[in-house]
Design a protein around this ligand. Structure first.
Ligand code: BGO
Length: 267
């Protein structure tokens, strides 16, 4: 039995896709200890895959119950794969969650939803380019019109996606993160090193206390963070936020095509 987490921003079409994937094979309950609805269901026609619907979220920060439920599930339960549903008409904002989902190292498939609306707006996303740049599978779908769902299903099964397709940020940030990973080596599962390194760099209020780092490690890590803050002339948490937005800006610039521009340049 393989577990696939369905993640996405509120209103990205997550419920519509969940219903399309599972049909009537659904079970509804609550996440443990909180009054947040937890839905799961078997993939229609394939009883090897269970789809777990995560709460709709914009980020994996530790500030809302929904975000904490989602990140605890991804890190502690480690599903086999994530389907990240993206509202393609609002791709910049949605990719902010995508990058954070990728930071967990769980193999991911991007489902670019609302492709029907995007086409009506005269825009399209070069899914092959996006897939190449992020090194993850990307499918354009319309959950409402039920198009592209069969293509998406082809990627389900953990042998179909690569683990550790982390987004790569600015080189100076990457070297700080890899030095922090060295400090954390052996303290957390190897698969989670990148996630914990980012959380430690951000000084995440939920993760840092759990790690119970000794004084020497705390000092080494603080030195790495201070040097990086000096290099960027910025605070650690905003260095990460800016690194994500810089990457998103490049991705959007390279992959979102406005058909009107295209026609003009050839007319
Ligand atoms: C309403 N294309 C289009 N055009 N719409 C879609 C698609 C798609 O591919 N996928 C979903 N939607 P949820 P979350 C609605 O409910 O699945 C629409 O929050 C309406 N409702 O139909 O609920 C979907 O679970 C009245 O729209 O998202 C839904 O992630 C008028 O996106 C909305 C217009 O989908 C959110 C739309 C009473």
């Amino acid at each position: 039995m393989e577990v696939v987490a369905l993640a996405g921003n509120p209103n990205s079409g997550k419920t519509t896709l969940f219903n399309a994937l599972t049909g009537s094979n659904q079970y509804v309950g609550n996440w443990p200890g909180v009054t947040v609805e937890r839905k799961q269901g078997q993939l229609k026609g394939n009883h090897e895959e269970t789809i777990v619907d995560l709460p709709g979220i914009y980020s994996l920060s530790p500030y809302t119950t929904e975000e904490v439920v989602a990140r605890d599930f991804l890190i502690n339960q480690r599903p086999h794969q994530i389907i990240d549903i993206i509202d393609s008409t609002n791709i910049e904002r949605n990719l902010y969650l995508t990058l954070q989902l990728m930071e967990t190292g769980v193999p991911i498939i991007l489902a670019l939803n609302m492709s029907d609306l995007l086409a009506k707006q005269g825009r399209r996303i070069n899914q092959d380019k996006l897939s190449y740049l992020l090194q993850v599978p990307v499918c354009s779908i319309s959950a409402l019109k039920r198009s592209g769902i069969d293509d998406l299903k082809k990627y389900l099964g953990s042998d179909k996606t690569k683990p550790y397709a982390y987004p790569k940020y600015d080189n100076r940030l990457e070297s700080a993160l890899s030095e922090i990973e060295d400090e954390l080596n052996g303290l957390v599962p190897d698969n989670d090193l990148r996630w914990y390194a980012i959380k430690v760099f951000e000084n995440d209020e939920k993760v840092v206390p759990i790690l119970q780092l000794d004084a020497a490690k705390q000092q080494n890590i603080q030195e790495i963070i201070t040097i990086t803050e000096q290099l960027f002339n910025d605070e650690a948490d905003s260095i990460i936020v800016n690194a994500r937005y810089d990457l998103i800006a490049k991705l959007v610039d390279m992959c979102v095509v406005d058909e009107a521009d295209f026609k003009m340049s050839f007319s």
